[in-house]
Design a protein around this ligand. Structure first.
Ligand SMILES: NC(=O)c1ccc[n+]([C@@H]2O[C@H](COP(=O)([O-])OP(=O)(O)OC[C@H]3O[C@@H](n4cnc5c(N)ncnc54)[C@H](O)[C@@H]3O)[C@@H](O)[C@H]2O)c1
Length: 386
């Protein structure tokens, strides 16, 4: 069935460069009815040795060491941005101007201004675009969306989410440069707010609608670190931890926490939603399960049930193995590629688009502004979220 090719130009060959490349390679095998087929046309990174090795390992046709050359090549249809946050705007705007579709890693940008310019660029160019908030596409999270939308939970009262890690506790860990750009505010834009809470906010607004206003606290536990690029000990500008509470537009209350100082936790992303009739909860460490409690069950059997989301009638699972067999983190990226290709076929948007991701950016910005001003902040986000 695969007739049309989509020639991918991928920028950045680190963690996300690998997950996306795997997504492009796997999608045709498991979603054979899609009419578009991704072709690994070119990959770009600054180090010639690294990009050449990556290109050979993953089977790219060619490589570049300057993203400007890549985005202007005539044999590229879509530019995929897998580089640190300080490069997203420049690459996305140039790619859109060159008439390329743009797939961009999250967070959309470091700031709202950058994000606005990115949204303007893709709108003006009229090019397909999406942002890789991939957790939406884990089957158990997609099932949560179906359950909320079906009204099974009834009126929602509470939304609670955590994203906890522990990898920056060591005060001798430097900031900046290869592997540690997340510690450098100039490269990352913010700390856990843009890196981790952005995921929680994207999922939350997708499941439970707009976040109206926020009140936040942030903390930077280690105030100074050696900067790998300058060789100097410099102030740390990122938030190491962030806690905020909020009102959703639907009247429910939200509570969010993220830190890189929760000893023992590597990537504990959890959320729980409590409604009038039912509650659901999910945990990334057990990603194939969705827990569900329904108060309408007969009282003698009422309790939390653990749904193993692996049946063919559950989201995406008809494409994989047989009921009872789970899938992994990497499959969320295969699903995002599949949904992007399907959107091209249908002429529809692949959510979250740049515009959708800009709404998450607004909440992140309001969170940081609330923490620094010690006051409630309106987010400016309104209406149905996609
Ligand atoms: N969706 C997710 O769950 C998820 C997970 C991790 C990272 N991310 C996002 O993906 C992006 C990349 O993160 P990562 O973890 O893959 O980082 P990484 O450090 O592993 O890789 C970054 C890559 O970009 C390259 N690079 C940096 N500047 C460049 C430039 N100017 N031109 C070309 N290449 C350049 C580096 O050489 C490296 O290959 C970030 O925006 C991050 O927030 C998303």
């Amino acid at each position: 069935m695969s007739e049309k090719t989509l020639r991918i130009g991928l920028v950045g060959c680190g963690f996300m460069g690998r997950t996306h490349s795997n997504g492009y390679k796997r999608v045709g095998d498991f979603f054979p009815t899609l009419s578009y087929r991704p072709v690994l046309q070119a990959v770009c990174s600054r180090s010639r040795n690294n990009v050449q090795a990556f290109s050979q390992q993953w089977g790219y046709e060619s490589f570049e060491t300057d993203w400007k050359t890549l985005v202007n090549r005539n044999d590229i249809d879509a530019v995929d941005i897998c580089t640190p946050n300080d490069t997203h705007e420049q690459i996305a705007v140039a790619a859109a101007k060159a008439g390329k579709m743009v797939l961009c890693e999250k967070p959309l940008s470091r700031t709202l201004e950058e994000g606005n310019r990115m949204v303007d660029a893709v709108k003006k160019a009229g090019v397909a675009n999406t942002v890789w908030y991939n957790y939406r596409r884990l089957p158990a999270v997609s099932l949560a969306k179906q359950l909320v939308d079906s009204g099974k939970l009834g009126k929602i009262f509470h939304y609670r989410a955590n994203f906890l890690q522990d990898w920056t506790i060591n005060a001798d860990l430097p900031q900046g440069g290869t592997g540690l750009w997340r510690m450098d505010v100039d490269a990352a834009g913010s700390g856990v707010t843009g890196d981790l809470l952005a995921h929680c906010i994207d999922t939350a607004m997708w499941l439970n609608g707009a976040i109206k206003d926020v009140s936040a606290v942030t903390e930077t536990f280690v105030k100074q670190r050696l900067h790998q690029l300058t060789g100097k000990v410099q102030p740390v500008g990122i938030d190491d931890a962030c806690i905020f509470h909020c009102h959703f537009e639907n009247g429910s209350l939200g509570l969010f926490e993220s830190t890189r100082y929760a000893r023992g936790h590597k990537a504990l992303y959890t959320f729980e939603i409590n409604g009038e009739h039912a509650s659901i909860r999910w945990d990334l460490h057990d990603l194939n399960r969705l827990e569900y409690f329904d108060h309408r069950d007969e009282s003698i059997v009422r309790g939390w049930r653990s749904i193993h989301v692996t049946d063919g009638d559950q989201p995406y699972m008809d494409k994989w193995w047989v009921p009872g067999l789970g899938i992994g983190y990497e499959h969320s990226f295969v699903h995002q590629v599949a949904d992007f290709l399907k959107s091209l076929e249908d002429g529809s948007a692949c959510h979250p688009t740049f515009e959708d991701a800009l709404q998450t950016q607004k909440v992140c910005e309001a969170v940081l502004s609330s923490a620094s001003s010690k006051s409630w902040k309106d987010t400016g986000v309104k209406g149905k979220q996609y």
